[in-house]
Design a protein around this ligand. Structure first.
Ligand code: PEP
Ligand code: MG
Length: 898
């Protein structure tokens, strides 16, 4: 037979699914012998049954009654007994904490009659009437559906009449009058009387808490937090204890360690002569727990002992709620407490040292996103005024620089050594050089998955987007804040990507100690042992992980930094940025070439530049693999903008001038290469197959770089990767060309150049024919950015700004598939390609180099799919190391290792 009710003494913390977090932890404290007011929990199963059928499940009420009788017997008086009423609280408690999202009703059992009894036994009329008015108010709004603002208005009106600042100053008579007003209000609004039967109060309260699971607030919260809608909430019914019975009573919240820093020691707030609700509401000022030591040393000592018991038992930071009723301490709630990133690492390490947890458990308790947060520099805003504007905190960190309003100014000023902040309405791929050059990106439009946000995050660059209050006028090179402040080009601004705020002027920066450690091993300013804690977690992760971690790096500087951060190679060196800036002219010349000689000349000019790029990266990653991807984007990306060019020519013509032949040629080329859907156009391997000489030049540059590094005594490990392959034939042809050039350079130089040739898997067709492609590929690397685009049929640049926020709101996505790998769709293709690729070529090396390679959840997927490595931006390398370690522990008993 299904049971719907469990006494606290019957449950345990392992029963959170059935009893909710609150119920299971109350049960655990009861089993530990801590002073918990007696009570019982109605299960989530009962809630689900109620919500499914609209009625309480058969037998539930009988069980509730039986458990209530047990409490009544123990207390020696029944619920709501007129002379000395037993009162209970009815609280929600879902499996996952949903703070403030569902309902709570206190003081059940008070009636017109029993309020008088309570006044007598408590010796405080005011207390009794205040409790009753709280019940009528909570019951009226939560159970009977009266708009709560009616009650608030009535209370405000009374306070105004009495000319008192808060309800603490209302007398017993005032409160008794207020109860009448409230009851009348309920009658008027519902046509019903406030129920005078304690049993009816209890029953309706329990059902109302069930129903609050589907309240609007709760539903929204669940969607945001990705909590399933069908879990339901448990309901705990517990004997009331009162912290508002005078100066020897009070309520408080406490943590077993500082949740902000992780420092050991009791930490919390106490409010004398108050109920728990008053502490949370923040109406009166609380005092620190140390004050309780002075006010009530005996309770303080007991509290400390209970908290130690809890922390040792839970082997983690616990937060608790407690009440002292006339000198008696009661524990009302506990749970494993939320903490900052800093505290998470510090506590995990401390608990290992204290022998409470293993290193593997410590690793399981910290996360990549927390580590990422610790890596960004911070602002010290203590001496700073209000921000100019707020937006979406898209990419965390703090940056200061001169405002610039276009990409080329950013590049120019940065090249001159100035720190700049790129301010745009929104960014496009054209702004990439400016974004790279800037310290931060600030946009007035776009959300968390806008181009600016995604690209900035990928680069570890600070970004605030969608700061709508800013009017950005790129033409006039300025933006205006709502308070009228005008930020002209060159004005210094400070961008806080963690808080989503932008300030005028320079807000002082604090360097992240973790970054300093990762950069050069320094631990000088490590006051809290934070750096040591991070180092230990990373060390453990490196010890247990199976996945290798490489970096996506296109410059020697990035490669060197990635290596310092622990990268085991470069998984993706994109070569296209090597065609930008000054070199764009050479690409133009190649495209415009009228004959082979002209083209060879342009390619010949590019060759030494490319070679130099590769030498630097191979040197920075000496001895480790560097996967160089042949050019991917469509050629027109290297040509001027079509409209701009057409306008330039038209303006010249309007002035009566004849446009220069170069412009005319360019426009012709731009028109020729124009594509409606460049993402699906002439790019990737297709480009290599139809543009003569391009691949040969790139491969020669790689091979000659290898020769040079070898001659210099290095150990270059270049790999050549072909992008956007859909058919094995494409790869076969391209590969022949690659092998031909490698052989040629080997012959010329006398140095044998052997580079593995592999392919990206970034089209569904490539994944589905991976078995055949593997015959020609020495390695696979999943390009999950394109694979996501092509699997969903989305053009990322077009769709993110257009409808992703609507999709997230509607729950079609839990997170953007460009941030976290879509396991069901894209992930399935990945698994097929891994299985079929390895079946065809056992031991095939397989990695991923899309943005997902640095995303914690996706790293876990890649581990489980059997990949050999993930590759991500240098700043994500430590995150990926940590998560790869955590992924390796998944499914193992982490409490069982040393
Ligand atoms: C990818 O598609 O995942 C990839 C790494 O290539 P890009 O982002 O350069 O298209
Ligand atoms: Mg790609």
């Amino acid at each position: 037979m299904v049971r719907y009710v469990y006494d606290f003494a019957e449950g345990s913390r392992d029963m959170a699914g059935l009893l909710g977090g609150k119920g299971s932890n109350l049960a655990e404290m009861t089993r530990l012998g801590l002073p918990v007011p007696p009570g019982f929990t109605v299960t989530t199963e009962a809630c689900r049954a109620y919500l499914d059928t609209g009625g309480e499940p058969a037998g539930m009420w009988q069980e509730v009654s039986a458990h209530l009788t047990a409490i009544e017997t123990a207390a020696g008086r029944p619920l709501g007994q007129p002379e000395d009423p037993l009162l209970v609280s009815v609280r929600s408690g879902a499996r996952f904490s949903m703070p403030g999202m569902m309902e709570t009703i206190l003081d059940i059992g008070l009636t017109d009659e029993s309020v008088l009894g309570l006044a007598k036994v408590s010796g405080s009329e005011r207390f009794a009437w205040d409790s009753y008015r709280r019940l009528v108010q909570m019951f009226g709004s939560t159970v009977m559906g009266v708009d709560s603002t009616h009650f608030e208005h009535a209370l405000t009106a009374l306070k105004e009449l009495r000319e008192v600042p808060d309800d603490v100053h209302l007398t017993a008579d005032d409160l008794a009058g207020l109860v009448e007003t409230y009851k009348e209000l309920i009658r008027r609004e519902t046509g019903e009387h406030f129920p005078q039967s304690p049993a009816e109060q209890l029953r309706r309260a329990v059902l109302a808490v069930f129903e609050s699971w589907n309240g609007e607030r709760a539903r929204l919260y669940r969607r945001r937090e990705h909590i399933a809608d069908d879990l339901g909430t448990a309901v705990t019914v517990q004997r009331m204890v009162f912290g508002n019975l005078g100066s020897d009573s009070g309520s408080g919240v406490a943590f077993t360690r500082d949740p902000a820093t992780g420092r050991p020691g009791m930490y919390g707030d106490y409010l004398p002569d108050a109920q728990g609700e008053d502490v949370v509401a923040g109406i009166r000022n609380t005092v620190p727990l140390t004050e309780l030591e002075r006010l009530d040393p005996a309770s303080h000592t007991r509290l400390r002992a209970h908290m130690e018991t809890l922390e040792r038992h839970y082997r983690d930071l616990c937060d608790i709620e407690f009440t002292i009723e006339r000198g008696t301490l009661w524990m009302l709630q506990t749970r494993v407490g939320k903490r900052t990133a800093e505290a998470a690492f510090a506590i995990a390490a401390a608990l290992v040292d204290e022998g409470l947890i293993t290193s593997d458990e410590a690793l399981a308790r910290v996360g990549g996103e927390q580590l990422a947060r610790l890596m960004f520099p911070r602002f010290d805003t203590s001496g700073t005024g209000a921000p100019l504007a707020r937006g979406i905190p898209a990419s965390p960190g703090a940056a200061v620089g001169a405002a610039v309003f276009d990409s080329s100014s950013a590049v120019r000023r940065a090249a001159a050594g100035e720190k700049v902040v790129l301010v745009r309405q929104e960014t496009t791929p054209d702004d990439l050089p400016g974004m790279l050059a800037a310290q931060a990106v600030l946009t007035s439009r776009g959300g968390k998955t806008s181009h600016a946000a995604v690209v900035a995050r990928g680069m570890g660059k600070v970004c605030v987007c969608g700061a709508e209050a800013l009017t950005v006028d790129t033409g006039a090179r300025r933006c205006t804040a709502p308070d009228g402040t005008v930020v002209e080009e060159g004005t210094v601004v400070s961008v806080d990507g963690s808080a989503g705020a932008v300030y005028a002027g320079t807000v002082p920066l604090t360097d992240s100690a973790v970054i300093r450690y990762l950069e050069d091993g320094s631990t000088d300013e490590d006051a809290n042992g934070l750096v040591a804690a991070v180092a230990r977690a990373l060390y453990r992760a490196d010890t247990v992980r199976r996945l290798e971690v490489r970096a996506n790096a296109d410059t020697p500087e990035d490669a060197a930094r990635a290596r310092r951060f622990g990268a085991q190679g470069v998984g993706l060196c994109r070569t296209e940025h090597m065609f930008l800036g000054e070199r764009r002219k050479l690409v133009e010349a190649m495209i415009l070439a009228r004959d082979e000689a002209e083209r060879d000349q342009a390619l010949g000019a590019l060759l030494p530049l490319q070679r130099q790029d590769f030498i630097g990266i191979l040197e920075a990653m000496d001895g480790l693999p560097v996967t160089i991807r042949l050019i991917d984007p469509p050629l027109h990306e290297f040509l001027p903008d079509r409209t701009e060019l057409a306008v330039r020519i038209a303006t010249a013509e309007a002035r009566g001038a004849v446009p220069g032949p170069h412009d005319a040629d360019l426009l012709d080329a731009v028109n020729r290469t124009h594509e409606e859907n460049p993402m699906l156009g002439l790019r990737g391997v297709r480009l290599g197959l139809v543009v003569p000489g391009l691949v040969a030049m790139q491969v020669r540059a790689v091979a000659e770089a290898v020769v040079e590094r070898t001659k210099a005594g290095g150990s270059p490990q270049a790999e050549i990767m072909v992008p956007l392959v859909g058919a094995v034939e494409e790869l076969r042809i391209e590969r022949e060309e690659v092998e031909r050039v490698l052989a040629e350079v080997s012959r010329e130089s006398g140095v044998p150049v052997r580079c593995p040739v592999g392919t990206m898997i970034e089209l569904p067709r490539a994944a589905l024919t991976a078995g055949r492609i593997a015959a020609e590929a020495e390695f696979f690397s999943f390009g999950t950015n394109d694979l996501t685009q092509t699997t969903w049929g989305f053009s990322r640049d077009d769709v993110e700004a257009a409808f992703f926020s609507a999709y997230l709101d509607k729950g079609i996505f839990a997170t953007s598939p460009f941030e976290t790998l879509d396991r069901d769709g894209v992930g399935r293709l990945v698994r097929i390609a891994v299985d079929e690729g390895r079946a065809a070529r056992p031991g095939l090396k397989i990695g991923v180099c899309g943005e997902h390679g640095g995303d914690p959840d996706s790293v876990h997927f890649f581990h489980s799919a059997g990949l050999d490595y993930v590759s991500c931006s240098p700043f994500r390398v430590p995150v990926a190391r940590l998560e790869a370690g955590r992924a390796a522990l998944e499914g193992t008993d982490v409490s069982d290792s040393r």
